[in-house]
Design a protein around this ligand. Sequence first.
Ligand code: GTP
Ligand code: SPV
Ligand code: MN
Length: 583
Amino acid sequence: MTTTLSTLQEWVDSVAQLTQPDQIHWCDGSQAENDRLVSEMCADGILSPLNDEDFPDCYLHLSDPSDVARVEHLTFVCTSAQDDAGPNNHWMEPADAHEKIDALFAGAMQGRTMYVIPYCMGPIDSPYARLGVEITDSAYVVANMRLMTRMGTNALQRIETEGTFVKGLHSTGDLDPDRRFIMHFPEELAIKSFGSGYGGNALLGKKCHALRIASFQARAEGWLAEHMLIVGIENPAGETNYVACAFPSACGKTNLAMLIPPESHSGWKVWTLGDDIAWLHLDSEGQLRAINPEAGYFGVVPGTNEKTNKNAYDMIHRDTIFTNVATTANNQPWWEDKKDGEPSIDWRGNKYDAENGPAAHPNSRFTVSATNNASYSSLAEAPEGVPISALVFGGRRKELAPLVYEAKDWKHGVLVGAGVASETTAANVGEVGVVRRDPMAMKPFCGYNFADYWSHWLSFAERSDKLPRIFHVNWFRQDDSGKFLWPGFGENLRVIRWIIDRCEGRVDARSTPIGYLPNASDIDTSGLDVSADIMDALLSVNLEAWRDEMHSVGEYLDSYGERLPAALKKEQETVLEDLEKAS
Ligand code: GTP
Ligand code: SPV
Ligand code: MN
C-alpha cells in the first residue's frame, strides 16, 4: 500500500530517508494485520498471552521499568514565539527542537519496520473529526492505536480526500530517559516523540494530537479540545442528559464515564460516550455539542473491581492489552484491589515480593475497544455529537473543596476551572500526592498559553446564551485518619443527579461566595451509610480556608502576566471580596 496524496508520500519517504528502516508497512487496520502483528510480538516477547480461558485474546506487555508514565518534564510545545506556548509549557525554538530530535531519529529505525498508521479522531463521518498519520517503529503502538482510534483504510481515504492531517513521528529509540523528548509543533501540525513506548508519550493520537495540537487548532477555529469524559445519564422516565467532566489524570474519569447506578436507583441508566477526551463545538443554535475523538480506553487498572467499576472489570476480560500489571500463578492479570487471586509475578517480571512495592504498577493500564463496554452509547458514533447540559471540573483534594458546587455563571465557571488544583498521581513520572494547580485538568495538555486559553473559554459567553452550567466536584475529601468521607464510584450518581436537577431548574441551592451549594436534603442519601454530620462536612464552605485559596488562585493567575484576561482576574477579586464580607 502507498498513497495518492503526494504530501503524505513525500513525508513518509523523507522520514524513511532519515530513520533508515529495513521495511515500511502501511497499516490497513484489518483483523488479519492485527493477528499477524500480535503473533510476531508474542514471538519477540513484546506481548505474552494471558490465561485464554478467563481472558480470551488478552495480552500482557511489560514496558521498560523506566518508561511507565507520561514525562511532562520532557514534553515541549515548540511555537515560534515562546509566549505563545506560555508559562504552562516547556518551550523550545522550533528549528532547534527539530535539529535536536532529528539527530536522535537519524538511523533510529535500522533493523526495524517502520509502520505508517493513518487514523481518524472522531466518528469517521463526523464533520468534527480530524485526521492524522503516525509513523512509528513500535508494533505495540500499532496494536494500541487500532483499539484507540479509527485506524486504517477508511482513515486513509478521508486523509486523501481532505489533504490535511497531523504528522506524528515516533520511535521508541533505545528507551534511554536522557534521549527522550515529546515535541509538539502546533503551527506545523506536527509531533515528534522519541525514546518512550508508553501511552501518552507514544500513542500520538491521544494527548499529543487530540489535546495539545487540537487545543491550539480549536482556539483558532472557535471550539474546545478538553481532557473530559462524556456521559449520558438516563432517568427512570427515559430522559437523558449529557454531562462532560474534566478531572486530572487518574482522578476518576473512566470510573464516572461507565458508572453503575447504586441499588437504590433502579430505573437509572448510565451511557458512556468517552472516558478521557471531548471535542466541544457550538452548533448553529448555540448548543454546545461533544464528540469523543477516541474509539477505545487506555484506562488505569489498579482499583478496578466488580464493586468500583463492574463495566470496566467485565470489558477487560477479553480483547484487552494489559500494560505493566502483575500475573497470578495461573497467568491471569492481577492488580491492587482486584479482589480476586494473588500476585505471583510483578510488573517488572520478577517474582512478587511485597517488600518491592505494589505488584502492578500504580499507572498500569488496559487498552480496549469502546465497543467492549456494556454501557457504550450508540450516540458515541453520532457525527453531530451529543448536547451537553453541564460541564464539571474536579480534582483530588483531601480538604477544602466541597462535594459539589455550582458556578454563578459561565465567566465565574471559567474561574472555577482555572482554579482547579489536584494531588499529583502516578500518570506522570514524579512525586505523587502533591497539590498543584491543574486548570481545567489541562496543565499537561494545553498546546498554548493558558492566559489565551482562558480568554478563549471566556469568549463563549459572547457567542451563545444556551451554554451549559458549570460545576465543581470532589470525591476525595478525607477525614483525619485518611479515610475518604464520600463513598464515591456508583454513589457519585447522587451528585450528578443534583447537577442535572440544577440544569433543569428543578431544585434550589444555597448561595455562597464560592458559588451555589446543595441544601443537604437535596442530595438523595437513601440507602447510603453516610451520617448527616459527614454530609454537612462535605457540603460546607470554610470561609477562612477559602480566602487563602482565593489569594493563592490570584497569585497563580498573576503569574500569567499581561496576557491574563482582566475579566478572569475580576472574577477572582469578586469572590475574594465576597469571602471578606461574609467572614
Ligand atoms: P486518566 O486515564 O489518567 O486520565 O484517569 P481517569 O481520570 O480516567 O481516572 P480513573 O477513572 O481511571 O481513576 C483513577 C483512580 O481513581 C482509580 O484507581 C480509581 O479506582 C480511583 N477512583 C475513581 N473514582 C473514584 C471515586 O469516586 N472515589 C475514590 N475514592 N476513588 C476513585
Ligand atoms: C492521562 O495520563 O491522563 C492518561 C493516560 O489518560 S496517557 O495516555 O498516558 O496520557
Ligand atoms: Mn487522561
